[in-house]
Ligand binder design. Structure first.
Ligand SMILES: [Zn+2]
Length: 548
């Protein structure tokens, strides 16, 4: 890449980093304004100010906004369009401790680090002079700088450029993706108005070692997804003095964790690439107070990464595993009770528990059959009430709805209810059987093959970190999204995705990022040479290949 461009990317990266933009603070607005102001100084946007504008996050308390910038080539009319995104928010800065005031000044911070004790690898990188430190410089303001500088370079010579580029600088990525979720409908609107033919969605979020000492530099086509399957366990309460008369939901929850947690049986494998197995993000009973009565209900949920399993398939697997766990607990309790009766010289009668598991949707059906037509209105009213209450964690809204629906049911016997908690990030698997997918795979392969560098470039399927890329598409096959919506309590009210727009965009996605280490740590840093020279070349070539 030309030296000028390399320098310009570094300059923009430092400029963006100088404006703090911690998630959920008013600084997120200032960084959007900074991006806007840098872009508005470019020759092209001076001539076409209408192609640069803000997209607000609807209903956002802070009034956050994303920036959209559009470049239309003038060589020949073309509908071919590449969409690029980069998030402009970062995580907080308290991890910098006494150096927090320098977190946004990479040049100063890198000097200050020379005066303190650091882990050996960090020290080595620092002393090499090849790295720059700072909050957000790696995740992902250098990535934004790559897109911005390339758009500037391309649009400076707009008469010789054929095709269109759209850049979405999005806020709230480290939070609830409010930026991207509002940019997605805007992309659909633009498509209607300008008849753009979107070829791909390219993110320049960071890339790092996959294991210690990993020499590869990766380009990822497609992205991992995430679901949060959740178990609501209804046991039978009892006094501790009569403990065998109850069934402890904690015991069932514990069995579910034992069965599913970090179990590779639930890993998704696609083209040899394996997701990390599910991991619990919460397991607790829902008894608010201390008493000598055992708990009645418990909840356990998992972070479940996907490469190919759809929500309906994950739900099936979870229902099966849950039923197995419930049965295990019933069997074990009978064994233990029999032994206890023997020791205490009492007659043994089999415990009355029957293992049963159902989905939230199935629960709604049986309860609706009992309650009648007003069921839907009641659930809706409660969902609206929950949505308004800002003191409740988003996931608890889903759980409260399950509790509410179960509370209307006359059947109070133990049961396991399986549903999804928010959020949902669809995976995007680029197989290459559709023309756009094939074109993307070819474009990336060519970019990687023709880039001369000492780095070992590798292109892989599935960007391994949860990101806004997931919102570039959604499953379109019948029943999949319905299974998800029906089984996320309060979907549409306590949680919402622009699902129709995502399905319509149906974009193949990829990530070509800056290289560095320690995202979300105070030692966050980029390696300058790869980030400012190699990654931009890969992005540029991929974009040009796509538009060819
Ligand atoms: Zn990021």
């Amino acid at each position: 890449m030309k030296l000028e461009l390399t320098k310009r990317i570094e300059q923009i990266a430092l400029d963006l980093t100088s404006q703090l933009s911690v998630l959920d603070t008013p600084d997120e607005i200032l960084i959007a304004e900074k991006v806007y102001s840098i872009m508005s100084e470019m020759k092209y946007f001076k001539a076409h100010p209408e192609n640069l504008y803000f997209v607000p996050v609807k209903g956002d308390k802070l009034g956050r906004k994303s920036v959209v910038a559009i470049v239309n080539g003038e060589k020949k009319p073309s509908d071919k369009t590449v969409v690029m995104i980069g998030h402009i928010d970062t995580v907080g800065i308290s991890d910098y401790g006494p150096l927090a005031e320098y977190a946004n000044q990479p040049l100063v911070l890198t000097e200050k680090f020379k005066e303190i004790e650091l882990p050996a690898q960090v020290k080595k990188d620092l002393e090499s002079g090849e790295y720059l430190f700072g909050r957000g410089i790696f995740d992902m303001k250098s990535g934004d700088a790559i897109i911005m500088a390339l758009m500037e370079m391309i649009s400076d010579d707009i008469e010789n450029f054929e095709g269109n580029l759209i850049y979405g600088a999005v806020c709230d990525e480290e939070g609830n993706s409010g930026g991207m979720l509002n940019v997605v409908p805007e992309l659909c609107r633009l498509q209607d108005e300008k008849k753009y033919d979107y070829l791909a969605l390219l993110d320049t979020d960071y890339m790092t070692e996959e294991y210690e000492g990993d020499e590869n530099k990766y380009v990822y086509v497609g992205t991992v997804g995430k679901l949060m399957p959740t178990f609501f366990v209804v046991g039978k309460e009892t006094h501790v003095g009569e403990s065998f008369k109850g069934i402890d939901p904690n015991q069932i929850a514990a069995e579910i964790t034992r069965r599913i947690n970090l179990n590779p049986e639930f890993s998704d494998v696609a083209e040899g690439e394996v997701t990390l197995p599910p991991v619990t993000l919460k397991q607790r009973d829902l008894k608010p107070e201390y008493s000598v009565q055992i708990a009645k209900t418990a909840v356990v949920f998992f972070n479940y990464a996907t490469h190919c399993s759809t929500p309906d398939q994950v739900l099936d697997k979870m229902v099966k595993a849950g039923q197995e766990c419930f049965q295990n607990v019933v069997d074990m309790l009978n064994e233990r009770y029999e032994k206890f009766c023997e020791m205490a010289h009492r007659p043994f009668h089999k415990l009355p528990w029957e293992a049963r598991t159902m989905t939230y949707h199935q629960l709604c059906e049986v309860v609706k059959a009992e309650v009648g037509e007003e069921f839907d209105a009641k659930v809706q009213a409660y969902a609206e009430e929950l949505a308004k209450d800002e003191t409740i964690d988003a996931r608890d809204r889903n759980t409260h709805l399950v509790e509410f629906v179960h509370g209307m049911w006359s059947d109070k016997n133990p049961v396991l209810i399986v549903y999804f908690s928010q959020p949902y990030y669809p995976h995007i698997y680029i197989k290459g059987d559709e023309p756009k997918e094939k074109a993307l795979l070819d474009a990336v392969a060519d970019a990687v093959d023709t880039t001369k560098t000492d780095y070992k470039l590798v292109y892989k399927k599935f960007f391994p970190y949860i990101s806004d890329l997931s919102y570039g598409a959604a499953p379109r096959e019948d029943g999949i999204i319905e299974a998800f919506m029906e089984n996320m309590p309060g979907y549409g009210t306590v949680y919402n995705l622009p699902m129709k727009e995502m399905q319509r965009l149906n974009l193949p996605v990829l990530d070509i990022g800056s290289f560095g280490k320690d995202a979300h740590k105070f030692t966050e840093r980029i390696e300058k040479k790869y980030t400012f020279e190699v990654a931009p070349e890969l992005v540029y070539k991929t974009v040009m290949n796509l538009l060819k």
